[in-house]
Design a protein around this ligand. Structure first.
Ligand code: ATP
Ligand SMILES: O=C(O)C[C@@H](O)[C@H](O)C(=O)CO
Length: 328
């Protein structure tokens, strides 16, 4: 087992961060300016991860703040339908809105996201909204880096991380950098570093680690610097060039799977949910990485990032198709 987890907890995974709405271009393969129709999905990286992990059979929940309107109700009701626990979702009573993401699908390789996130409800999650009892109930807490972009969500995330450590909950930090939410590059540099040092597992793209480190770095050096602190597992994603996981004992690399790509976003969320599933199921690091990579390849071939999350059989079938790697 790569990591041990507390036993006898009602939840396997709780995520903390934004619960939002994605409006994905329906008449795609054109710029956003020319897109007239959109399909509405639940979105936001930590929410997608809770949904993806639930689809694989994990018992998941999410700590978030949503608007007191139709968008907030849409998010909560979808999560309930798919079996993600919503009892720690707080309703904002001060009129802040749920974030919206308009996704542009110009071509399978040219995608972008236009976020409407001014004064969004999720960044108003506050330490008072965090319940110690809820955190005590999970094996893993995943914190999204975007939750650190602003107070009081920033303090809520650090408070939750502290409670997680106190109660033997494994802490996963997903860097999840979205440029528009931060005031300067110094902010993510400082807060990412502080959170990453507290976490057991850190997951991010090379570009996101560069933001954290304040300049271009090397994967191995990134991992070694974190191993001085709490992390024992550091995952660096390189898009279609695959990903690599470092432990104190060494590194394991996995290739991306070939995919008929519809859009590029959502890959990272599918990857995290499936990777954590693999770790919690006690698979080898190689197998957990391959499952992550397979889930990501499936989601990039589909229209959404949440409803598109694959079932275990779909991941296993892709793995066996490519005969990689052996079970562990
Ligand atoms: N075009 C692709 N085809 C197949 N697999 C892909 C593709 N892009 C990404 N992946 C897989 O998804 C993993 C994560 O992708 P990436 O490094 O782009 O993370 P990310 O930037 O967090 O994703 P996102 O775009 O969802 O924010 C990669 O390591 C790879 O396994
Ligand atoms: O909130 C966002 O950043 C957009 C997401 O909702 C979207 O589903 C995505 O980018 C997945 O990673």
């Amino acid at each position: 087992m790569v990591l041990s987890f507390a036993s006898d907890r009602p939840f396997d995974l709780v995520t903390l961060g934004r619960a939002c709405v994605d409006l994905n271009a329906f008449d795609y393969n054109r710029p956003l300016e020319e897109t007239k129709t959109f399909v509405k999905y639940v979105g936001g990286s930590p929410t997608n991860i809770a949904i993806g992990a639930r689809r694989l059979g994990l018992r998941t929940g999410i700590i978030a703040k949503v608007s007191d309107d139709a968008m907030g109700r849409f998010v909560v009701s979808f999560l309930q339908q798919v079996g993600v626990d919503t009892s720690a979702i707080v309703i904002d009573r001060e009129g802040h809105k749920t974030g919206l993401a308009f996704t542009e699908i110009k071509s399978p390789t040219e995608c972008s996201i236009l976020l409407y996130r001014d004064d969004v409800a999720d960044l108003y999650l506050s330490p008072e909204d965090i319940t110690e009892d809820y955190l005590r109930k999970t094996k893993v807490l995943l914190i999204s880096g975007t939750a650190l972009a602003k107070s009081p969500s920033r303090e809520a995330a650090f408070y939750a991380a502290e409670l997680a450590r106190r109660h033997g909950v494994r802490l996963v930090f997903e860097l999840d950098y979205r440029p528009y939410t931060w005031k300067s590059l110094y902010e993510p540099m400082v807060y990412y570093t502080l959170m990453a040092r507290l976490a057991d597992v850190v997951i991010g793209t090379r570009e996101e680690y560069d933001i954290m480190e304040g300049g271009p770095g090397q994967d191995e050096a990134t991992a070694s610097q974190l191993f001085v602190h709490a992390p024992s597992l550091v995952v660096v994603k390189h898009g279609v060039d695959g990903s690599i996981a470092y432990t104190r004992e060494g590194a394991v690399k996995v290739q991306a799977f070939p995919a008929k790509v519809l859009k590029t976003f959502g890959a990272g969320d599918a990857y995290a949910s499936s990777f954590l599933y693999g770790l919690l199921a006690g698979h080898t690091l190689k197998r957990a990485l391959a499952m992550a990579s397979a889930a990501a390849a499936i989601v990039v071939s589909r229209h959404s990032s949440s409803e598109a999350m694959p079932a275990l059989e779909e991941i296993e079938s892709l793995l066996s198709e490519h005969c990689e790697p052996s079970r562990g």
